[in-house]
Ligand binder design. Sequence first.
Ligand SMILES: CC(C)(COP(=O)(O)OP(=O)(O)OC[C@H]1O[C@@H](n2cnc3c(N)ncnc32)[C@H](O)[C@@H]1OP(=O)(O)O)[C@@H](O)C(=O)NCCC(=O)NCCS
Ligand SMILES: CC(=O)OC[C@H](N)C(=O)O
Length: 166
Amino acid sequence: MLKTVFQDWNYNKGNIKARLILVGFRIAHLAIKTRLLFIILIPHLIIYRVIVEWFLGVELPYKTIIGKGLKIYHGQALVVNDGTIIGFNCTLRNSTTIGNKIYMDGNPSKSPVIGNNVDIGCNVSIIGPVVIGDNVIIGAGSVIVKNVPSNSIVAGNPARVIKFVD
Ligand SMILES: CC(C)(COP(=O)(O)OP(=O)(O)OC[C@H]1O[C@@H](n2cnc3c(N)ncnc32)[C@H](O)[C@@H]1OP(=O)(O)O)[C@@H](O)C(=O)NCCC(=O)NCCS
Ligand SMILES: CC(=O)OC[C@H](N)C(=O)O
């Protein structure tokens, strides 16, 4: 866990806000490991929620699974559903939502699964049980409701592949 914290720290050089959010998140995430850790971490979970969610406007729930080396640029209005899985070396930006959808029968869908080295532009919505491959760039303002292949650049609403990268 310390290795992950150091990697996040290095990846967010000069970005004190992202560093604060990620140290808080990594500690909070330990609460999923055991019931005892959850109980010990209750004060931290409350402080994390109030500072990061209410004051900084970033909803990164402690249950979310996120690989090391996450970058958060301009962390405003960033909302991630707690069932989301994000790989390593990914980037999140402002005004982005990663979440599920509610079907007509009232049941929620699964949340997105995002691969490694995925750079998500600003104002992006990734909704539903979609899988995003590795080495992907998602253009600003994209709406993603379908799977995205690895090694691609996608953009638009609905998002489409605009390029494949080597
Ligand atoms: C997606 C992105 C990486 C593509 O960059 P690129 O590889 O240089 O692509 P190009 O500028 O050559 O554009 C290729 C085509 O995709 C379109 N396109 C590019 N970005 C787009 C976007 N965000 N939404 C819709 N279409 C887009 C272009 O209009 C162009 O279409 P055309 O071939 O019909 O003319 C980039 O445009 C982008 O959106 N990056 C996000 C960065 C970001 O969020 N910055 C904000 C910082 S807070
Ligand atoms: C708003 C802006 O251009 O930010 C640049 C920043 N490096 C990013 O990619 O998020």
